[in-house]
Structures are given as structure tokens and as C-alpha cells.
Design a protein around this ligand. Structure first.
Ligand SMILES: NC(=O)c1ccc[n+]([C@@H]2O[C@H](COP(=O)([O-])OP(=O)(O)OC[C@H]3O[C@@H](n4cnc5c(N)ncnc54)[C@H](OP(=O)(O)O)[C@@H]3O)[C@@H](O)[C@H]2O)c1
Length: 289
């Protein structure tokens, strides 16, 4: 029976843990805060508490796990993922797992000017957010190759689901870009992503990337409009790009720099995934039931 560690056991990690516990696996979740550790215990998940920004990696006891899911985000600044570096150093001091599944982001592809892309698309991140993710991918692959450990990288776009919708932003009336200026954006429902993570750990194929998406991209403004409609909230006001550059936060602006549509054929055929929420209409319904 697999012994599983989920590094960064938050929204997706807890969904993955629930699936694995249902089939009898022993699951440990690594989180940073007291509140998150207590939340794991409340869900009968063993909690390991450590801050990957501050802990001496060698002091972390991460040995003895066969399957590791790495879901912690990189730090908010810089172009390297120092958290991934610290975690790999911690693994050096323990025993190597069989396989590591990593949630990266589609930001590693940079701006594809709205083109449909597959996993064959070269990576060329334009934002620091994308560069940190690429750094994490490269560190993980290099380490795994050196240690004979299998890896799977999932390049994930916007995650949505119950409790993970931009409702606060809609209630605040924060403007969105007018639809003709808005970049393409891709999405995946949290429950489908959790199923994909488990399938990636179970799958025969190793040492490969998958683009994760429900296969129905739209523009970002359409997304906010449809969430507002489903929630019974007013649609947000619309601004042109020049105005957006004045009023949007740097974080919001960084999401306007990339435009691409992601094909999900490899995910569907190689991992045998049947999406529970193959488009936004189906997924939003699940958020308000
Ligand atoms: N939101 C999106 O649309 C999107 C898109 C693509 C990829 N992703 C990525 O997908 C992954 C999973 O997402 P999620 O929604 O499950 O994220 P989440 O709910 O925010 O969970 C992140 C987890 O990482 C832990 N963590 C953060 N900083 C840490 C540190 N310094 N040391 C140790 N643990 C730390 C958190 O612990 P605490 O709660 O204790 O801080 C939490 O358990 C994340 O890497 C996220 O960035 C998200």
C-alpha cells in the first residue's frame, strides 16, 4: 500500500487526500500554518508542519514516502523556486520516493497569442510567476533524473470549484478588460484536477508533462461574466486596456500578458481521464448546488 506525502495540502491536496484515503492509503499533508495543520487533522489526514521558506531542509523528516504530490506554490518574488530547492534538499537527507507529481502552471508557455497549443509547445515564460514555475520544473526533473525517481508535471491553468470562485472581486465591482481585448484563458474544475493528480501518480507513463484543461477555453472577461451570472451578481464594469493598466494591480496585470488555448488530448488519451466537468456550465452548476 502506498505511503503518500502531499506537500502543500490545501484546496487540491485535500481533494487528492480524500480520494487516496477512500482506497486505504496512508496520507500525510505538509502545511505551513497552525490553522492548516489543524484543518488536516480534522479531516483525519496526518499533518506535518513546516515552512519551506524558513526550515532547515535537513531537519524535515520526509523519508519513507513512496508517492509524493508537490502542490506548494513558489515564493511570491524572484525568478527561482527556493521552496522546491529546499524540499529537494530535504529529500536528499531522507529516502527517495518512487514518483513525484508536480502541479506547475500553464504560465511556463508564456504568450502564445491565442494559439491552440499542445505539450510540444516550447516553454518561454514572460512573467516572473512563469519563470519561477519553470525553475521548479527544471529543478525537479534534474533531481529526479539524478536519483532515479519518476516524475510527472501537470501544467495547470485557472482552477475553479466550490469555494474557489472570484466572488469577492465581483462583489467589489472590480472592472474587467473589455471582451475584445481580453486574453484567452483555460480552466479546470478542482475535482477533475484532483482525479487527474491521482491518475498521474497511478499511470504507467512516467517522466512526462501533461497540459491540464477542460478543453473549453474562453476569454477572461467571459469567465467573470459567467461566474457573475451563475452567482446572481451584477456583471463587473468593463475597461479598455490603457485604463486597465492604471487601475489593475500588478498581479491582475500579469494574468493579461499571456493568451493561449490549451489542447487536452494527451491527458484524455494517455491518462484515460473522463472529465466530470467538461465545460464551465457544468462546473459552475456544481459550485452552487
Ligand atoms: N489557483 C489557480 O488557479 C492555480 C492555477 C495553476 C496552478 N495553481 C497551483 O496549484 C497548486 C495547488 O493549488 P491549491 O489551490 O491547492 O493551493 P492552496 O489551497 O493555496 O494550497 C497551497 C498549500 O501550500 C502550502 N504552502 C504555501 N507556502 C508554503 C511554505 N512556505 N511552506 C510549506 N507549505 C506552504 C499551504 O500551507 P498553508 O495553508 O499552511 O500556508 C497550502 O497547504 C498551487 O501550487 C497553486 O499555486 C493554482
Amino acid at each position: 500500500m502506498a505511503s503518500v506525502l502531499i506537500v502543500g495540502c490545501g484546496y487540491i491536496g485535500q481533494r487528492v487526500a480524500a480520494r487516496l484515503r477512500a482506497r486505504g492509503a496512508a496520507v500525510t499533508g505538509l502545511v505551513r500554518t497552525d490553522v492548516a495543520a489543524q484543518d488536516l487533522r480534522n479531516h483525519a489526514i496526518r499533518a506535518l508542519q513546516a515552512d519551506l521558506d524558513a526550515t532547515d531542509p535537513r531537519a524535515l523528516r520526509v523519508g519513507g514516502f513512496s508517492d509524493i504530490f508537490y502542490f506548494a506554490p513558489p515564493p511570491p518574488q524572484g525568478e527561482t523556486d527556493t521552496r522546491m530547492a529546499a524540499f529537494l534538499e530535504a529529500l536528499d537527507a531522507g529516502s527517495a520516493p518512487r514518483r513525484i507529481v508536480y502541479i506547475s502552471t500553464s504560465a511556463v508557455y508564456g504568450d502564445c497569442q491565442g494559439r491552440w497549443i499542445t505539450e510540444a509547445e516550447p516553454v518561454k515564460p514572460v512573467t516572473a510567476r512563469g519563470q519561477r514555475r519553470l525553475d521548479a520544473e527544471n529543478r525537479l526533473c534534474g533531481w529526479a533524473q539524478d536519483h532515479g525517481v519518476e516524475w510527472i508535471i501537470l501544467r495547470v491553468p485557472g482552477i475553479y470549484g466550490p469555494g474557489k470562485l472570484p466572488l469577492a472581486r465581483l462583489r467589489a465591482g472590480t472592472p474587467v478588460l473589455r471582451e475584445t481585448d481580453a486574453p484567452y484563458t483555460n480552466r479546470i474544475h478542482g475535482d477533475d484536477l484532483a482525479a487527474i493528480c491521482v491518475a498521474a501518480m497511478d499511470g504507467a507513463q512516467a517522466n512526462t508533462h501533461y497540459n491540464v484543461s477542460d478543453g473549453h477555453p474562453s476569454n477572461m472577461t467571459d469567465y467573470f461574466f459567467r461566474v457573475a451570472d451563475a452567482a446572481g451578481l451584477p456583471r463587473p464594469p468593463v475597461v479598455v486596456r490603457a485604463e486597465a493598466e492604471q487601475v489593475f494591480t500588478p498581479g491582475m496585470l500579469s494574468f493579461l500578458q499571456d493568451s493561449r488555448r490549451m489542447k487536452n488530448g494527451k491527458l484524455i488519451t494517455e491518462l484515460g481521464i473522463r472529465l466530470q466537468y467538461p465545460d464551465l456550465d457544468a462546473g459552475l452548476k456544481s459550485c452552487f448546488e
